[in-house]
Every structure is written in structure tokens, then in C-alpha cells.
Write a protein that binds this ligand. Structure first.
Ligand SMILES: [Zn+2]
Ligand SMILES: [Zn+2]
Length: 324
């Protein structure tokens, strides 16, 4: 079968073989309470048909959901559970109606993260199957749009500026002055990444890489500084070292700088908790305008929570910020 070649500009790829027009129904097993998802294809089920035709077997416990089945409720009188009873019939009518009555009660599988999600997790797309929804969920759509349209919102820019400012305040006392001459000697006057020769007197052609980024609250120290060309440093930016340097480079880097090899080779970034959070908080709350204070409190609280630093606060500061 010929497949149309699509050019993937985003680096976020679709999962093959997911029929993106299909609708699903979801129901909770009446016996074991497991969520079940049934792919129903491109024709939605009429509730009046569902009660007549649907036979849904729970993936977990095997209970068969159909109007021919007895109900499993132990807290009901036995006669009410009996499939022949009016109570059971009314129950099953409601059960199948809930799952099928409106387009909104249907579910759909995302083509990117492959999760089966409720109708409203997808944005509208006229003509795309019975649900008229896009093929990727709104979470994935957001990620794709971020790649296609890298312009960040004003709010996001403000947020990252706040994060940077707070990180700087946390690190203010512990950042060391780096002796350029010494740095150049240790890196043999070359960019550590590209090996291009660098001239110490041309300050705009080279940069000092914060090996473990300040974003993760690591100060600039002699063990945490690498010499890079301006261009290489622009590529490195806030990346965790193992995302930028290969294994041999990481080993060399640890040897040259004394950086902790295990730490810099970690796959997942690790926040530095070994800092004086209280000082940073106190500095951040020093505002000239009284009206700025509530905003600052909100900002610093959020950062502390995201960074999991609340426990590092003194009792006074915890109280001051309203952490219990
Ligand atoms: Zn079940
Ligand atoms: Zn998704």
C-alpha cells in the first residue's frame, strides 16, 4: 500500500496506524470499575440501537455488558439484578445511553501521544470524521504549535525572566569570579566543543559555559565553567550537560574542571538543593513599591514549589509565604 510521504518539520511524530477519524466509547465496568474503551469506527451508535446491539466485555474482569446480563450489585435485591427485571433493563438503557447519546460522550485516540481521550480534549476540525475533531489532542497540538510557532507569549517570557531572576538571587553569593587566563590555560585556548582556537582578547568570540545550568540552581564555579566559542555556547544554553556533550566530552570535561562526572552524565536534570533558599526569598521580597509585594509572593511561591524547595525554607519564611 502506498503511503503518502509527509514531511515532519516538528520532530514530534505521529503514531502510525491510528485511524484518526474513529470514535471510541468509554465505560466503567459495572463489576470491577475498570475503565474500558471500545473503538466504534466512523458511525456513532444511536442509544436506541446500543441497548439492542452492544455487547461489551470488560478487559479486566471479563464481565459482559449487555441487556442480557444480570447485574452484579451485591447491595441490590437479587430480583432487581435479574436481567429479566424492569430494574435491570432500565439500568442497561441508562448505561448505554450515557456512553452514546451525544457526540460529547464519545472518545477519540490522539494520533501523537496515542492516548484515548474524551471528545473535548480535541479541537474542532470540520469534516474529520463523525466527531469533527482534529487528529491530535490539545496537549500534543500545543507542543506542535510551540515548534512551528516558537514565538512565546508575553506571559511565558515574563515567567522565564522571573525564574531567571530568582535563580540569580539564589546564586548571587556563591557564584565565583572566574579567572579568564586560568580558564584559557586549562582549556588550551580552544573551544571545548568545536576545538576551534580562541583569543582571550576577543571577548565577544568566546563565552563561559555554566556546565550545570543556573536554571537548575548551580552556581558558576571553577568546577562548573567550560570555555566555549560564542556559537557553541548559544547551542548549549540551559541544556543539561549530557544533552549537549557526548560521553567522551563529559569524561574530558570532568577531568579538566573537576566536575562530578556522575552528575554531569545524568540523563535527567537534577535540581541543586544545596543552596540558601532563604536568602534568595528575602532578596526577592525586597520591593520598593508596596503594591508589588503580593505579586512577588505569588511568583516566588510558585518557583519554590516547582523547584521542590519549600522544605529548605526556614520556619519563619514558610509561615511568611503561607506554606503551612
Ligand atoms: Zn470489569
Ligand atoms: Zn496527544
Amino acid at each position: 500500500m502506498a503511503r503518502r510521504k509527509t514531511i515532519n518539520k516538528t520532530g514530534i511524530s505521529r503514531v502510525e496506524g491510528i485511524p484518526y477519524h474513529d470514535a471510541w466509547v468509554a465505560y466503567k465496568c459495572v463489576n470491577c470499575h475498570e475503565m474500558n474503551y471500545v473503538q466504534v469506527g466512523q458511525n456513532l451508535i444511536k442509544p436506541s440501537d446500543a441497548i439492542e446491539t452492544c455487547v461489551w466485555k470488560c478487559d479486566k474482569c471479563g464481565f459482559v455488558h449487555s441487556k442480557e446480563s444480570d447485574l452484579p450489585f451485591e447491595n441490590w435485591e437479587e430480583e432487581y439484578n435479574n436481567a429479566d427485571s424492569t430494574t435491570a433493563l432500565r439500568f442497561w438503557e441508562g448505561f448505554f445511553r450515557i456512553a452514546t447519546e451525544h457526540p460529547e460522550s464519545y472518545w477519540k485516540q490522539c494520533n501523537v501521544c496515542s492516548r484515548v481521550l474524551p471528545f473535548n480534549a480535541f479541537s474542532k476540525h470540520v469534516g474529520w470524521g463523525p466527531l469533527a475533531k482534529q487528529m491530535e489532542c490539545r496537549s500534543c497540538k500545543g507542543a506542535i504549535n510551540a515548534v512551528l510557532n516558537p514565538k512565546r507569549s508575553k506571559e511565558q517570557l515574563h515567567e522565564s525572566a522571573v525564574r531567571r531572576r530568582i535563580a540569580d538571587l539564589f546564586l548571587e553569593d556563591i557564584d565565583q569570579n572566574i579567572d579568564f587566563k586560568d580558564l584559557f590555560d586549562r582549556f588550551e585556548h580552544r573551544c571545548f566543543k568545536t576545538k576551534a582556537p580562541l583569543d582571550i582578547n576577543k571577548r565577544d568570540t568566546w563565552a563561559i559555559d555554566h556546565i550545570l545550568p543556573s536554571k537548575y540552581l548551580y552556581p558558576l564555579t571553577i568546577n562548573n565553567a567550560a570555555l566555549l566559542s560564542r556559537g557553541a555556547n548559544e547551542n548549549k544554553r540551559d541544556k543539561w550537560p549530557s544533552k549537549f556533550y557526548d560521553n567522551n566530552e563529559l569524561i574530558d570535561l570532568a577531568r579538566i574542571t573537576g566536575a562530578n562526572l556522575e552528575l554531569i552524565s545524568r540523563k535527567i536534570p537534577l535540581m541543586n538543593h544545596n543552596i540558601d533558599v532563604n536568602k534568595g526569598v528575602e532578596r526577592y521580597l525586597q520591593v520598593r513599591e508596596k503594591s508589588d509585594l503580593p505579586k512577588r509572593i505569588k511568583e516566588i511561591k510558585k518557583i519554590l514549589q516547582v523547584y521542590e524547595l519549600v522544605e529548605n525554607l526556614s520556619i519563619e519564611n514558610k509561615k511568611l509565604l503561607g506554606f503551612k
